[in-house]
Design a protein around this ligand. Sequence first.
Ligand SMILES: N[C@@H](CCC(=O)N[C@@H](CS)C(=O)NCC(=O)O)C(=O)O
Length: 254
Amino acid sequence: MAVITPTNKSVESLEGLHLYHGGISNCSMRVRMTLIEKGLPWTSHHIDLKKKENISDEYFGINPNGLVPTLVDGGVVHIESNDIIDYIDESYPEPSLRASDNEAEMMEWLHLAAAIHVPACKPYVYAYKIAPKLKKTAAEQQKYDELQKNEELKNFHSKHAGNKEFSTSDLDKAKAILGACFAKLEMTLDGRKWIMGDQFTLADISWIPLYFVLLGCGYPFDKFPNITRWAAAFEGKKSYQEGVLKWCPDFSKV
Ligand SMILES: N[C@@H](CCC(=O)N[C@@H](CS)C(=O)NCC(=O)O)C(=O)O
């Protein structure tokens, strides 16, 4: 559970569920989907990443990495999307999004999604789609350097700062990681409707946004028939329609 003490004390007096999130952010999509699956009311605080609304003293005081999403529940601040969806499912148990017979395997999928975010998803999405849209002005870069204390994120953002582009070796590494993960997902989905079998769980919620944004970046999912079938199954879900598409109708047009 990733609970933090905010330096922006204003959020500690918030009542109910408040989500700081980005429309185009795959990590935010996970949390929106989970809240919708649970039928929970929540207050939206939209952070426009293209307008660099995350790069502010106010927001870094809520999320020390300057990342979305952040969930504030009754004044308690939760960061890290995969931890947040696990927290929501534990705290608001109905309907359960937990694999009843194999929670350990379900949690492995959440941990895997978290682990590949910076080495694989972020470089792929930035290089093939979003880096030009998220380019910082000199003033924004200066503010970012001043606020950001996380070395991994500083290093990641330095790779596309100014006119720099991701190196071939960074991208090859990202592609190798994604290739291995989606081959595993393809195998897992063989003969299963959802990742954990008949039950729609947090594992699906963790991976649906990755599929959605990577598809929008041109990732070749057509070679994965089980993943394609799984995608057709979640397209009709209310949580996908309202948690993903309502905020980002088409990632290829971001
Ligand atoms: N591990 C974090 C990653 C969050 C993250 O990287 N969020 C992205 C959007 S998906 C973001 O805020 N990007 C802005 C930035 O990198 O400055 C989580 O799962 O919540």
